[in-house]
Design a protein around this ligand. Structure first.
Ligand SMILES: [Ca+2]
Length: 322
């Protein structure tokens, strides 16, 4: 009799525990799993950022060492660009790549600084038009792209013929009213603020342009150009065609040219006079890209490094955007 009562108590207790656990389970449910996943992601992201920052320091150190030794000649075979950056710590693998970031049209070069404000750089505008025409962008869109960018950067309130100033961006047409930048760009994604780019999201334009953060430099390292840079090279020289540019790039030696004169004289059959960009055989702009993936979690970063006064300096970094 006593044993039967105890069995009954145990059964009721077990049922009670199951009921309580079910109640807790239904209360926590999906939210609990979500928060568990979220805390897992935060830890993953925090570790990824820590590793990325270590790689960044290493990249800066390597650029400084390289600059001291071979500032005048950076090519595709240079150890600085071919050095494998792959790190694995506690099962977390980070792939990193350091590349020359001079082989693209720097959007900031569309302006020049004058008396603490920005004015249009007519030579750069000519070059940009050449690039946009070769990419088969219409003349109307070309004019809007140029004028909207310059108005976004310049410090005055006078709209260019196809541009916009604050009273457009703060007006009722804009869903999120805002003021123009009135400074050089830091990231290419800032162009998404301009109405003309809403219709150009799939354009090849974005593969040929870049932003050197807060810098309007227009220097290009000829040695690191590859097949993706045909359009950009065409835009640099006013007297060559896209086919000429493809030929020139295919003939750039892996070990590069030692000087700009050596490059020019190697292609004497082409008219390479009057270039829009300054042709160099070295570079002062670098991009460090990192990526990490664990299960469904992924993380990426881009760090822009510039050489100023002989020292590598981190100018900007962005996470999880291109
Ligand atoms: Ca303006």
């Amino acid at each position: 009799m006593f044993i039967k009562i105890r069995q009954g108590v145990v059964l009721i207790s077990v049922l009670m525990i199951i009921l309580i656990l079910s109640a807790i389970g239904s209360t926590l449910g999906g939210d609990f799993l979500k928060s568990l996943k979220r805390s897992g992601y935060l830890e993953f992201q925090s570790n990824s950022i820590q590793l990325m920052r270590n790689i960044e320091n290493l990249a800066v150190e390597r650029i400084n060492q390289f600059s001291k030794l071979e500032l005048q000649d950076l090519n595709k075979k240079s150890e600085l660009l071919t050095f494998p950056f792959i790190y694995e710590v506690n099962g977390l693998t980070v792939n990193a790549n350091l590349s020359d970031f001079s082989s693209c049209f720097n959007i900031n070069s569309l302006v020049l600084e004058q008396n603490q404000s920005f004015i249009a750089n007519e030579r750069a505008i000519e070059q940009f038009k050449r690039l946009l025409i070769s990419l088969e962008i219409s003349e109307m869109d070309t004019n809007s792209i140029i004028d909207q960018i310059i108005d976004w950067i310049d410090t005055d309130d006078q709209p260019r013929a196809n541009g916009f100033e604050d009273y457009f961006y703060t007006g009722p047409i804009n869903f999120r009213p805002m003021y123009t930048n009135k400074r050089l760009l830091i990231n290419l994604s800032e162009l998404n603020n301009l109405p003309i780019f809403k219709d150009l999201t799939d354009s090849m334009l974005f593969e040929n342009v870049c932003v050197h953060p807060l810098s309007y430099s227009n220097e290009v390292n000829i040695n690191t150009m590859d097949a993706d840079d045909n359009y950009f090279l065409t835009s640099i020289f006013p007297n060559i065609s896209l086919t000429d540019a493809e030929f020139i790039i295919s003939k750039i030696p892996e070990n590069g040219f030692k000087t700009t004169d050596e490059f020019i004289s190697s292609f004497s059959e082409f008219n390479l006079s009057d270039p829009y960009s300054t042709i160099k055989t070295s570079s002062k702009q670098f991009l460090l890209s990192t990526s990490t993936q664990v299960d469904t979690f992924s993380f990426s970063s881009r760090t822009f490094i510039n050489i100023k006064n002989g020292r590598a300096i981190i100018m900007s970094r962005s996470y999880n955007i291109n």
